[in-house]
Design a binder for this molecule. Structure first.
Ligand code: FES
Length: 101
């Protein structure tokens, strides 16, 4: 969900940024982090925990918890709340520690 209208503030149009999420081409917007783009699209489970495979998602949003770790451009354990979205990025959900591909 994104705030598109506001009674006082104006939101300038931002450029769309296409990227791949688990093999599907989707779009975020200029200025998004990977996690914020996914969250705005309703994708809230970003990874699964190491031991019990519990769902993990956007939590601290300041790079402290590691709950948003995903595999980005084949590199595991990228903190997606701190990584700016770039066109053509390949973003994949991660289960456990992740695998360097
Ligand atoms: S949400 Fe906590 S490190 Fe990204």
């Amino acid at each position: 969900m994104r705030v598109e209208k506001h009674p006082i503030l104006e939101f300038p149009m931002k450029a769309e940024i296409p990227f791949y999420y688990n093999g599907e081409l989707i779009k975020g917007f200029e200025g998004d982090t990977i996690a914020s783009a996914l969250h705005a699209l309703g994708i809230k489970v970003l990874s699964k925990s190491i031991h019990h495979k519990r769902a993990r998602g956007f939590y601290c949003a300041i790079g402290n918890c590691g709950s948003c770790n995903m595999t980005v451009n084949h590199v595991p354990n990228v903190r997606t709340c701190m990584t700016k979205l770039e066109p053509g990025m390949i973003v994949e959900s991660q289960e456990g520690l992740g695998i360097l591909k």
